[in-house]
Write a protein that binds this ligand. Structure first.
Ligand code: ZN
Length: 296
């Protein structure tokens, strides 16, 4: 079996054909209006198939929010989004109408979480929590190979956090102001310092790292208690701040306060960086295709 994968992002679409991160050929398109962007995507797969590529199913790991309840009339559509023109777009239908193969859909974050669990930083555990910290903050939990869903996909970036000492930033989440994403997304850090975190040096970089570690540890306390993962995988732009991952782990240990006293929480391998980099999303989309081919 071979699959098509689409990582649908707010600034770019990544399309690939293959079976996993070590066997995928990808092409990237800038995200434009829905009709032009989806035409680019359909054109890509049409060309690959005409060149002899086999595609048994296509998976889409998309920005959201998404309607993922099959019984709903809006199933497979992007729900109300601030991204101009994209609210209500039937992304799953557009691909399903163009190609006579099963189509799978989930969030970009759940896609990346699935890929890290299959091939990346959580490949040797049964349960993991993946958090991406970049333009926004999102998270997915994988248990025995299945991403957790309920009414909708989880919105882990919007959990409440405790304010860090000496931090007067009001927060920039339009819904909650000072939730996890509001306090420590890439733009939240950049707004405090007047420059993105990766451009900071010296004491300012140290302070940015302190804030990122504090807020992620604070949010992860709730998430770790609620989901009980064997491993936490952190990806996204801010995960590349030098030394931030061990600091998150130490700060999380501190926030857990010794409860429930699991030795696993104290191990260096409990909080680790993502391994698949910019192939995580499209690799996850290939897994969504694989699941669709199996009728899941
Ligand atoms: Zn929020």
């Amino acid at each position: 079996m071979a699959y098509g994968g689409i990582e649908a992002g707010g600034t770019k679409f990544v399309c690939g054909v293959g079976t996993g991160p070590d066997d995928v050929v990808v092409t990237r398109f800038p995200t434009r209006d829905p009709a032009s962007t989806l035409a680019d995507v359909v054109g890509f797969f049409t060309r690959r198939m005409s060149q002899g590529d086999r595609i048994d199913a296509i998976g889409i790991a998309s920005f959201g929010p998404l309607e993922l309840r099959p019984e709903r009339s809006g199933f497979g559509r992007i729900m109300r989004t601030p991204k101009p023109g994209w609210s209500g777009v039937d992304i799953m239908g557009a691909i399903g109408d163009a190609f006579d193969v099963p189509v799978g859909l989930d969030t970009d974050v759940n896609g990346a979480a699935l890929a890290e669990a299959r091939w990346g930083a959580a490949r040797d555990v049964r349960s993991s929590l993946y958090l991406t910290v970049g333009t926004g903050i999102g998270g997915g939990a994988i248990v025995d190979g299945e991403p957790i869903h309920g009414l909708v996909h989880p919105e882990m970036g919007h959990v409440a956090v405790d304010r860090a000492a000496r931090d007067a930033f009001e927060g920039r989440c339009p819904f909650h102001r000072d939730c996890l994403e509001g306090m420590t997304s890439g733009p939240a850090i950049a707004e405090r310092f007047g420059a993105p975190a990766e451009a900071l040096v010296g004491p300012e970089r140290d302070e940015a790292r302190r804030l990122v570690a504090w807020y992620l540890a604070s949010g992860l306390r709730s998430l770790v208690y609620a989901v009980a993962p064997e491993r936490v995988v952190v990806g996204g732009g801010l995960s590349h701040l030098p030394g931030v991952i061990p600091r998150i782990r130490v700060a999380l240990m501190d926030r857990l306060g010794g409860y429930p006293g699991l030795v696993e929480h104290s191990r260096a391998g409990f909080v680790v960086p993502a391994e698949l980099g910019d192939l995580a999303g499209v690799s996850g989309a290939l897994l969504l295709a694989e699941r669709a081919a199996r009728g899941r």
